[in-house]
Design a protein around this ligand. Structure first.
Ligand SMILES: [Zn+2]
Length: 167
């Protein structure tokens, strides 16, 4: 069912939306009785207008004090989060360093254990009382390297902590 546009639609729409409290003019009322399109337009427009008015009446805007208080609270939370970010980074780096230190110590222990296991069992049995000098000792350069790595791993988090704290 197709219907041509009625020349009174604009007038009906304007009268319905802009002067909803005022009854339609006699001319428009008579037209609505004869024109189905304008009648539908009038019903839909008045429903939308009433709904809009009811929504606006129910809407509660916060007071200026509440708006200010919320903005202040949000600013404080953002500042606290920004301040805590470097601490989180330092904590992560320190944790990684500790894990690295444990890994290097474990590596030294495994290497030492492997060397002592490679020693013939008979020799260990005959030397039931082993002195420190008889234990398989890693050569000096490797021990020095491991020690330097360990010291660096331990010192890094403290250096980073001091650096970030002074910012
Ligand atoms: Zn009409």
């Amino acid at each position: 069912m197709s219907r041509g546009t009625c020349p009174h639609e604009d007038a009906v729409l304007a009268a319905t939306l802009e002067a909803a409290d005022v009854p339609l003019s006699r001319e428009l009322t008579e037209h609505l009785a004869t024109c189905e399109g304008c009648r539908d337009l009038h019903v839909i427009a008045s429903t939308l207008h009433d709904d809009h008015a009811a929504t606006m009446a129910e809407a509660r805007l916060p007071s200026a004090g509440q708006v200010w208080w919320r903005a202040e609270l949000r600013a404080r939370q953002e500042a606290a989060a920004a301040a805590a970010r470097p601490i989180t980074v330092v904590t992560g780096v320190a944790l990684a360093c500790v894990v690295g230190l444990f890994a290097s110590v474990a590596g030294v222990l495994v290497w030492w254990l492997r060397d002592s296991l490679a020693t013939p069992a008979a020799q260990l049995v005959t030397n039931s009382v082993t002195t420190a000098a008889e234990w398989p000792v890693p050569d000096g350069a490797r021990v020095l390297l491991w020690l330097i790595a360990g010291v660096l791993l331990l010192a890094t988090p403290f250096v980073l902590y001091v650096a970030f704290r002074e910012e």
